[in-house]
Design a protein around this ligand. Structure first.
Ligand SMILES: [Zn+2]
Length: 669
């Protein structure tokens, strides 16, 4: 059998799939699976991994594959029918998932199987261990009434989280600003202005990330920056211009539901519940880790702020920081985003990035234009190994457009599977929100964009290069959440290397490579602002950990006060009283980072440390890359990730490489 077509049958048919059809498919699948599980458990045959776990794995795989286009399309398409389909499928799916995890018969079967397994190194053992923990975390041991309560809480929670995220998007989409005078727009990038301009020479600025970022970083007009800052930081709140999407009640609701969920299965609060599946051992360990990092960072951040204040010659407000950071970078390092961008057309960046994957992991990436996609600008890429076999594929959806969720992410379309020879290749979605191509079709990326793209590509490699055929522990599945950002942040580092960046570059007019001199400036400017950026991330992480660990059900009104107290401890920058950042903090209120935002910093330590091994030898060292692949990228959730790291690095992780990378090392001494 040739492999070339075997994956295509597993892909959603984006040329014809309708929301209605997707919904019908999912509903009938859940119904079918419920019956199949009943039958499976009634069957008095011998209970083995093959007779029980494999069929369940098959079903979970099929379910995830069927739901994937629904959750994906509601994120990237501006079509209400996908959103309503998603909203109607979500409770069904959550319900079914909990029901499965509360199935006492099934848990008993898994216990029997693990008791008969001798080899603790067998991936099967790890899978069973994980699933048994999952049963417990979902209340398998509760009474019938409490089980039902747990299930209700969980369904209500997933609905509240979905509402949260939709409020953020609607509130973002609803805002715009009309400008008639070009003078007011000085500094904003050409591409942004070109898109915002109507045919009567007026500009409609929207609140998508590229526009927001360009205004905050480049707009000379201070009051324009302030208006954008206010619009952005009050999204989905009582302070927004339109308050109909206020997330305040949603947050109260989400925090209360999470707390009750944790309590019902015996955890003191949601933070402890969340840590049950993570690498970190306790909330204290995390808070100490963040405090330590903050302490080591503060003097660097203070110095940066002093430099910015001098440059501004007035008191700095929140909407001045990015602007003067950029300005100071231009002055001190003579570098600008705009100049750099000219060397980074999308096509070349893609080519250079794929070359890195080829050198490091011996895979070729090739576009397949025959695969149906959901938007003209989307590409499908096949991944081919050194023996010329297709081993997976992914979609790339790079550009911002109306109705598309902001941010950048990787998501699974199909998870790798090999169950008794029944195989599926891994397929993923890589989504970003870069500035769309100009009217000549040219898309120039900022260096920030390039770093983001490498980041998501790192997640994608984790998903694609896995050797594990059991879906529950394949790719990113079963990997502790605080280790998930290791492959992505590891990959970011390559976007800061000259050899790599040179290969990614080609001036869109002169066709010249990125000059070494310009790169050196970029490199020198890299760490300017690193202290402030670090503190900001620590602030978010501490807020997240505090709000979930110190939650008090009787006084469920402390969202903003908690943030204020964290800011007092961490932040050096004054925040306006109208700032309602939590109301759009989707990572923790609707994404998977609840009581887990610290994972970014946690994994960044691992990533910087892993990368320092390459810096110590050669940046594109194949042998080292192979080792990284073997110990980290391929294992999914089949082995202990800390052990994998130790195997790769020859020791436990150290904080120093990250501090050094950010130019903070030794600052506290
Ligand atoms: Zn990431």
């Amino acid at each position: 059998m040739t492999q070339s077509n075997s994956y295509k049958s597993t892909l959603p048919d984006f040329s014809s799939l309708t929301a209605k059809e997707a919904q019908t498919n999912l509903k009938s699948l859940v119904k079918k699976q419920r019956m199949a599980i009943d039958k499976l458990l009634k069957n008095k045959q011998k209970i083995t991994f093959e007779s029980v776990v494999n069929p369940i794995e098959e079903m979970q795989h099929e379910l995830s594959r069927t739901f994937s286009p629904i959750s994906h399309l509601q994120n990237v398409l501006d079509q209400p029918e996908w959103r309503s389909t998603y909203n109607s499928c979500l409770p069904l799916l959550t319900d079914y998932g909990t029901e499965l995890s509360q199935n006492t018969e099934l848990e008993k079967a898994y216990k029997t199987i693990i008791d008969n397994l001798d080899d603790q190194k067998d991936p099967k053992f790890k899978l069973l261990e994980q699933e048994l923990r999952n049963f417990t975390l979902n209340g398998v041991n509760l009474t019938k009434t409490k089980k039902q309560k747990f299930k209700d809480l969980k369904t209500r929670l997933s609905t509240a989280e979905a509402n949260f995220s939709q409020n953020v998007q609607d509130s973002t989409d609803a805002w715009s600003l009309h400008i008639n005078n070009e003078d007011e727009l000085k500094g904003i990038s050409r591409e942004i202005l070109e898109q915002a301009k109507d045919n009567q020479d007026r500009w409609k600025l929207i609140l998508d990330y590229p526009t927001y970022h360009s205004v905050m970083t480049h707009a000379e007009n201070r009051s324009l920056r302030e208006r954008f800052y206010k619009a952005w930081s009050t999204r989905a709140s009582d302070q927004a211009e339109d308050t109909q999407w206020n997330n305040e009640e949603n947050i109260k609701n989400i925090l209360s539901l999470r707390h009750q969920l944790a309590n019902i299965v015996g955890y003191k609060n949601f933070a402890e519940y969340s840590l049950a599946t993570k690498m970190a051992n306790s909330t204290n360990e995390i808070i100490d880790f963040l405090d330590d990092l903050a302490k080591k960072t503060k003097s660097t951040a203070r110095n940066e702020l002093t430099i910015l204040e001098k440059a501004a010659d007035h008191n700095l407000e929140a909407w001045d920081i990015s602007y003067y950071l950029e300005k100071t970078k231009q002055q001190n390092y003579a570098i600008s985003d705009e100049e750099l961008k000219q060397y980074l057309p999308k096509e070349n960046v893609q080519k250079g990035m794929f070359n890195v994957a080829k050198t490091l992991y011996a895979i070729s990436l090739r576009k397949n234009s025959t695969v149906p996609v959901w938007h003209d600008s989307v590409e499908f890429i096949e991944v081919i190994d050194s023996k010329d076999h297709i081993i997976g594929g992914f979609y790339i959806d790079l550009f911002a457009r109306n109705g598309k969720r902001s941010g950048a992410w990787m998501d699974e379309c199909v998870i790798k599977k090999n169950l008794n020879g029944n195989k599926a290749l891994p397929i993923g979605y890589l989504v970003c929100n870069f500035t769309p191509p100009d009217k000549n079709g040219i898309s120039l990326l900022t260096h920030d964009d390039v770093v983001t793209w490498f980041h998501e590509f790192g997640h994608m490699l984790h998903h694609l290069l896995t050797k594990i055929g059991l879906p529950s522990i394949s790719g990113i599945n079963g990997v502790p959440w605080d280790a998930v950002e290791l492959p992505s942040q590891f990959m970011e580092n390559f976007a800061w290397n000259y050899e790599v960046l040179k290969d990614c570059s080609k001036h869109h007019k002169t066709e010249k490579y990125l000059p070494k001199e310009l790169f050196s400036k970029l490199q020198a400017s890299r760490n300017f602002g690193a202290g402030l950026a670090m503190l900001r991330q620590i602030e978010f992480a501490l807020y997240d950990m505090t709000i979930h660990s110190a939650y008090d059900i009787k006084k469920n009104d402390n969202t903003l006060r908690t943030l204020e107290s964290v800011r007092k401890k961490i932040t050096l920058i004054k925040t306006p009283s109208y700032n309602r950042f939590p109301m759009s903090f989707s990572h923790i209120f609707s994404g998977g980072y609840a009581a887990g935002y610290y994972s970014y910093k946690w994994a960044e330590v691992l990533a910087a440390d892993a990368f320092s091994a390459f810096e110590d030898s050669h940046i594109l060292n194949k042998e080292l890359a192979n080792k990284f692949k073997r110990e980290i990228l391929e294992i999914g959730g089949s082995k202990d990730i800390m052990q994998g790291f130790i195997n790769f690095r020859g020791r436990k992780p150290s904080l120093e490489p990250l501090l050094k990378q950010c130019g903070i090392a030794g600052a506290s001494r």
